[in-house]
Design a protein. Structure first.
Length: 102
């Protein structure tokens, strides 16, 4: 009788583990589907330009190429113009420390 109870407890623990694992897998799949549907919905509502929410692009100040014929706007960190290849002028920021003079 003691062996029977031990085997029964063993199978009940395995059954409980299988049920918990199956529930975890189902929740993971449902969460992934829900996130995918939400992403598609947000993309459809915001339009192809991505004008709302997490799809909104930040406006950066563009650095204009100094070539008179090009005048292409480039990102602030660009080393060369993306249209004509002209080297971009970099401004050097100098840190000035002030000291009190008595």
């Amino acid at each position: 009788m003691e062996v029977f109870i031990t085997i029964l407890i063993f199978f009940l623990v395995i059954l409980l583990t299988a049920v918990v694992f199956a529930g975890w897998v189902m929740m993971t799949v449902l969460r992934a589907v829900w996130n995918g549907v939400g992403l598609v919905g947000r993309m459809m509502m915001c339009g192809p330009a991505g004008g709302c929410g997490m799809f909104r692009r930040r406006r950066q100040r563009l650095v204009v190429c100094r070539n008179g014929q090009c005048r292409q706007g480039n990102p602030p960190g660009a080393r060369f113009c993306r249209r004509c290849g002209q080297p971009m002028v970099r401004t050097v920021q100098v840190v000035a420390r002030r000291a009190a003079m008595f």
